[in-house]
Design a binder for this molecule. Structure first.
Ligand code: SF4
Length: 191
């Protein structure tokens, strides 16, 4: 397959940046533990489960379970029976886990990227998102997109209601924070 040289160069740069951002054990957490902690912080309440985390990381449930046991032992996350389904476990972030995210090594990468202008960054995000969706479509995985870009998201009137929006798929009310969270059930809305 013949590819534009710039696309190949961009892929190498992303690969290199990814390695640098994962380097070492910042904050006493290894790369797998950081990935799990970020997921718990970014996923909505329907998606904070060990199974969804395994799917998000493309990992096995056994591996993810070991990571979560360590994170719970160190006081970063909680695991509780789901109110919706008592057989399932819901993950949560402790205040210590929340504070630790301020030392996330990925923020150094974000800081480097922040030197680009707003428009350039928006284009970069759009290009990377398209590339991610294409790879996920090829591999048959889930997108885990942000809720407000989902075809089931119904925008409500933001007034005093803390849950102004609605998920038409799950029949649940959603807050503004929920609208920015990532979701295992996400289906991209038509452009
Ligand atoms: S609107 Fe889509 S992304 Fe949001 S909670 Fe519902 S299914 Fe998930």
């Amino acid at each position: 397959m013949s590819l534009p040289l710039a696309a190949v160069e961009a892929a190498h740069l992303i690969d290199r940046l990814d390695r640098l951002a994962r380097h070492g054990e910042a904050g006493g957490l290894n790369p797998a533990q950081w990935e799990a902690l970020r997921f718990v912080a970014r996923a909505n309440r329907f998606s904070r489960t060990p199974a969804a985390l395994a799917e998000y990381l493309g990992s096995t449930r056994g591996t993810v379970s070991q990571t979560l046991i360590m994170l719970e032992k160190k006081g970063y996350v909680t695991r509780q029976a789901s109110v919706r389904d008592r057989r399932s476990v819901v993950l949560g972030l402790t205040p210590f886990g929340q504070r630790t995210l301020g030392d996330d090594p990925i923020l150094a990468l974000a800081s480097g990227l922040a030197t680009a202008g707003t428009e350039d960054l928006a284009l970069l995000v759009e290009s990377l998102r398209s590339a991610l969706h294409a790879m996920i479509a090829r591999n048959g995985g889930r997108a885990f997109g942000a809720c407000h870009t989902c075809r089931h998201f119904r925008h409500g009137d933001e007034g005093t209601d803390p849950l102004p929006h609605r998920c038409a798929l799950l029949g649940e009310s959603l807050s503004d924070a929920d609208s920015r969270a990532i979701c295992v059930e996400h289906q991209q809305a038509a452009a």
